[in-house]
Write a protein that binds this ligand. Structure first.
Ligand SMILES: [Zn+2]
Length: 448
């Protein structure tokens, strides 16, 4: 059995061109004006923006180990609902993704679900303990072909361990993604350090704790001539260091989250723990610096840091609440609000920072040139003109810790096409059975 053809009518590409797109066996086979096809699923995309399928380099899917907050299935459903066709799954699961067996398990769960390509991230250190390197080589040569390694949630603090990790991944063109947080400077930290944290009586997380690690690590990357990626850059000081490093030709890339592009520390004022996140929300000046850095290419990509938590971990007093917020289902709307509506980024820039570049950093192929004949059909159809109230009942994620609940957000994902089949249709998720069937058909097609 083969997949049904999909015909997208009159979509607007990021550069403003209008086109029909015919998809067959997972690939784009015709563009321009395409004649009708009987039996094809036809989508009227008049007025909709066609973006390349979004790629998230920083997702916490929580499986194995914390299936009460998210699973690979629910997390990839949330991804599809947000317009993503590929996610990189962070390693801080239980057990930690520090062996080939765990990364292969996560990848297989993703393939079975079919909502998005799941590329596991391996941990840098065994059990995220920061002491010994994990089985990096075995994960790289496993079926999951891991290329991104990170202890995210924890900083790789030991400079010698960091050096060894950077040296190791060079052999297969991998990258170390650092959660930059000097641990001694952030003991007990709860929010951005400044006048507000003193006023609220919450221990501060100073931006120097981030900048100091980034500074050390870009120098290490330069010294061993390896590739470094900085997770969730949150401050103006960090931006300056990344800019300096790039000017020197150091192979460093950086990400910013949608929430750090929009939200500021004052949201902590009434101790609403939905706004508790690591690194913390910072100041208006930091937000402006991050927007400018994304626009000028100092920051390469937007990544969600989607961090689901069960209700009991978030709905409690600030000091006891877990760090993190949902991100996948609101990402595109928040990016539109934070940097498109005010002219920092064009839609072509969005395609670059949310699809092409994250795929490139993670060595995920198929996203280099999305709208050409023969390209893998990973496409998101987005209506940037609508406004909607973001509410918990519409969330596909298993958790509800979104900072945007009850807020009016711009834009809506109407259709997501992953590997040539629909995962979101008319603004609704396609059923799990149908998506799983399509995914296995693609696999059969590829074997044939
Ligand atoms: Zn992190």
């Amino acid at each position: 059995m083969s997949l049904k053809q999909v015909l997208v009518r009159q979509a607007t590409l990021p550069d403003g061109t209008r086109t029909d797109i015919l998809i067959e066996r997972g690939h784009i086979v015709e563009q321009g004006i395409v004649s009708s096809r009987s039996g094809a699923t036809t989508i009227d995309a008049d007025g909709l923006l066609a973006l390349p399928g979004l790629v998230d380099l920083h997702t916490h899917l929580r499986e194995p180990g914390s299936e009460n907050s998210e699973t690979v299935l629910t997390g990839t459903r949330a991804a599809a609902a947000g317009g993503f066709t590929a996610v990189f799954a962070m390693a801080n699961t239980s057990p930690v993704a520090d062996t080939a067996a765990v990364v292969e398990q996560v990848m297989a769960l993703g393939e079975r679900a079919g909502y998005a390509t799941v590329r596991p991230i391996g941990s840098v250190s065994v059990d995220l303990a920061g002491e010994r390197l994990s089985a990096i080589g075995a994960m790289a040569s496993s079926r999951a072909r891991v290329r991104v390694f990170s202890d995210d949630g924890h900083c790789v603090w030991d400079p010698l361990l960091m050096r060894r990790a950077l040296e190791y991944v060079k052999t297969f063109n991998g990258v170390i993604a650092q959660h930059a947080q000097e641990p001694r400077l952030t003991v007990g930290a709860q929010m951005n350090e400044g006048a507000l944290s003193s006023e609220l009586g919450l221990t501060g997380w100073p931006s120097v704790a981030e900048a100091a690690i980034i500074e050390r690590d870009v120098l290490l990357a330069q010294h061993v001539e390896s590739r470094l990626h900085i997770c969730h850059v949150s401050s103006a000081d960090s931006v300056d260091i990344v800019r300096w490093a790039k000017k020197r030709g150091i192979a460093v890339t950086a990400e910013v989250t949608p929430h750090h592009l929009l939200l500021t520390e004052d949201l902590a004022s009434d101790y609403d723990s939905r706004f508790k996140v690591n690194p913390p929300l910072r100041t208006r000046d930091d937000v402006e610096a991050l927007r400018g850095a994304l626009a000028d290419g100092t920051i390469d990509i937007v990544a969600t840091d989607h961090a689901p938590h069960p209700v009991e971990a978030k709905e409690c007093e600030w000091a006891a609440a877990a760090f993190g917020m949902l991100g996948l289902e609101s990402a595109l709307s928040v990016v539109q609000t934070a940097v498109v509506a005010n002219g920092f980024l064009s839609w072509s820039d969005v395609a670059r920072v949310m699809s092409r570049e994250p795929a490139k950093i993670g060595r995920l192929s198929g996203y280099e040139d999305p709208f050409v004949i023969g390209a893998r059909a990973n496409i998101t159809l987005y209506d940037p003109t609508v406004e909607r109230v973001f509410d918990a009942s519409s969330l596909a994620s298993k958790s509800t810790n979104s900072p945007y609940l009850g807020r009016q957000l711009l834009g809506r994902v109407m259709t997501t096409i992953h590997d040539g089949y629909l995962t979101v249709h008319d603004g609704e998720l396609v059923s799990a059975d149908e998506v799983a069937r399509s995914a296995s058909t693609v696999k059969e097609d590829e074997r044939a």
